[in-house]
Design a protein around this ligand. Structure first.
Ligand SMILES: C[S@@+](CC[C@H](N)C(=O)[O-])C[C@H]1O[C@@H](n2cnc3c(N)ncnc32)[C@H](O)[C@@H]1O
Length: 545
């Protein structure tokens, strides 16, 4: 072995990549004997039972092992070389609805061809005498070698299968061919790489020439695949959920919704399928799209992680997924039914005369002005950890300071004494709720000014406090299970940013004040009582003292 291969970082990289592939590539490994994945209980979607249909899965596993030893770990991250597990691939193939005798399949960024393999199995099961032409793109030479090998084996198994592997950059090629109006794939199946595309990158420029705005490789791949699909052709893609509600994805959402009908969205509810992007935990979804199709209701399905356990589905009107009146074109995934509570989501904070800010104090910038405990000339510096266990606990024994000196350097970052509603921006992994809200009561903090640290969101009005009923009412509403479910329908993030709160809808002023008056009268509150009050009759007193 060469010195480079022996270096600790490279070895660690290989080990991490190997661990990653093991988790994501959950086939049975002949030499491992036992199962390689840590989750393999009773699958409940038929796709999960299909995994052993073709002995070729052994070949992929062998290939995976060989390839994982040879792939460069850095390049693997850059090119997003993380393969689809076989159960997921089979499930994706089973999602297509149209099965003509003659089909043209595209897989851009095909890796070792696990998605083509799953699609071919499904196609020839339905059309034993059918003809399938596969076009696969793979930029990585090593993977392309394995891909060719794999697809050749597949075409020996299925005589109706014709295949072509392009060892080229899909974005460049597709941008070029779409500029000539090339279309024609009846089916696309894909798990594209996920990585941001720089503003001045060559990809961005190429995409602009065909009017596609994509800031991430996965949106670029999806947009180009849509362009290359024949009218009424179907696309099934596993992609991050981030494009559904990120502000930054708005042009892409518009572009997409003008060209395709969303027919199905599948959400993996388990965090096991989550991955990190920009340091934020988020979920993956699988979408089935129909190019130029009629947009009617959407099939929503969910399952618990990669085994497709607890598979559930329901049909929802498209209006519940994308509101006709929403200029942002947010794509909601209403996996929770919010029956009859629509009126609780009627006004934005701005319509209520409220604003939301990220806590203005960035502690390391004001480090020299912070002190461990309150002393003369200081005011409270409030961190997320001060809001725990259902109430504000300040000051608190902690490695972080409790107070900030008031002076010329700090004053502009402080907010005046008053009632505020705050939420933590990050929920702890083990926490059940995504939104946790608290009220700052000035009677408990008799200081002229407050410092809110950057990991908090603060609801205020013109940088001042708000009326006590409203502060309590907003907090009560945000702490209800209905809001937690609503937020999950809307966002895959565990992070709750000021923008999320800005775009979220709240009850009207009268209802919020009513909530607040009630909350002010309660000596203790638990989840059940909050939910009874907020949910039942939307603020009619139910189960009050
Ligand atoms: C997330 S992997 C998925 C592989 C395969 N589709 C699967 O589901 O197992 C993405 C693949 O895209 C390839 N890739 C990345 N950028 C590419 C590009 N510009 N053109 C073609 N392939 C690319 C990577 O090498 C990698 O194999």
């Amino acid at each position: 072995m060469s010195e480079t291969e022996n270096s600790p970082s490279r070895a660690a990289g290989h080990a991490a990549a190997e661990r990653f592939l093991k988790r994501f590539y959950s086939e049975i490994s002949p030499s491992d004997g036992a199962k390689t994945s840590d989750f393999d209980p009773q699958p409940s979607h038929p796709a999960a039972l299909e995994t052993q249909r073709m002995p070729l899965s052994f070949r992929i596993e062998k290939t995976r092992r060989a390839a994982s030893k040879q792939l460069d770990p850095d390049r693997r991250t850059n090119l997003g070389q993380f393969m689809t597990p076989e159960i997921t691939a089979n499930f994706m193939a089973s999602m297509f609805r149209s099965w003509p005798n003659d089909a043209q399949l595209l897989e851009p960024g095909a890796g070792m061809g696990s998605l083509v393999h799953a699609f071919a199995n499904e196609f020839f099961k339905r059309n034993p005498a059918g003809s399938l032409k596969v076009t696969a793109y793979e930029i990585e030479t090593l993977l392309a070698d394995y891909l060719c090998d794999h697809l050749e084996a597949l075409s020996r198994a299925y005589s109706g299968l014709e295949q072509e592997v392009y060892r080229r950059d899909f974005i460049r090629e597709a941008t070029f061919s779409t500029s000539f109006g090339a279309t024609g794939f009846t089916h696309v199946i894909m798990n594209p790489p996920y990585k941001k595309i720089g503003n001045n990158s060559e990809y961005r420029k190429a995409l602009r020439t065909i009017d596609v705005t994509a800031g991430n490789l996965y949106t670029a791949f999806l947009a180009l695949a849509v362009e290359l699909t024949a009218p009424l052709g179907e696309l099934v893609a596993i992609i991050p959920r981030s494009f559904c509600n990120g502000m930054y994805f708005r042009p892409f959402r518009r572009w997409l919704l003008n060209r395709v009908a969303i027919k199905q969205i599948h959400l993996f509810e388990s965090r096991r399928m989550a991955f990190r992007d920009d340091g934020v935990l988020q979920e993956n979804i699988i979408v089935r799209l129909e190019k130029g199709g009629k947009q009617d209701s959407v099939l929503l399905s969910t399952s618990d992680g990669a085994t497709l356990d607890h598979y559930r589905e329901r049909v929802v009107p498209f209006e519940d997924v994308v509101k006709a009146s929403d200029p942002e074109c947010f794509i909601h995934i209403p996996t929770f039914e919010l029956n009859g509570v629509g009126m609780l989501f009627s006004c934005t904070l701005a319509e209520l005369g409220l604003e939301v800010a990220t806590g203005p104090v960035v502690d390391f910038r004001l480090q020299e002005h912070s002190v461990a405990g309150p002393i003369d000339g200081t005011v409270p510096l409030l961190y997320a950890h001060h809001f725990a266990g259902g109430r504000l606990q300040w000051p608190k024994q902690h490695k972080k300071p409790n107070a900030l000196r008031v002076n010329e350097s700090t004053r502009k970052w402080l907010m005046p004494q008053g009632w505020y509603t705050v939420t933590r921006r990050f929920s702890a992994k083990e926490e059940k709720r995504r939104i946790v809200s608290y009220v700052v009561d000035p009677r408990e903090l008799p200081f002229e000014l407050y410092g809110f640290e950057n990991h908090l969101n603060v609801i205020h009005s013109r940088k001042r406090g708000i009326n006590p009923e409203l502060a309590r009412g907003v907090a009560l509403f945000l702490n209800s299970t209905i809001v937690d479910q609503h937020f999950r329908n809307f966002s895959g993030h565990t992070q709750v940013n000021a923008t999320d709160l800005r775009t979220m809808k709240f009850p009207n002023m009268e209802t919020l004040n009513h909530f607040g008056e009630w909350a002010g009268r309660q000596s203790t509150l638990d989840q059940r009582r909050i939910d009874d009050f907020v949910g039942a009759g939307h603020g009619n007193e139910v189960g009050t003292d």
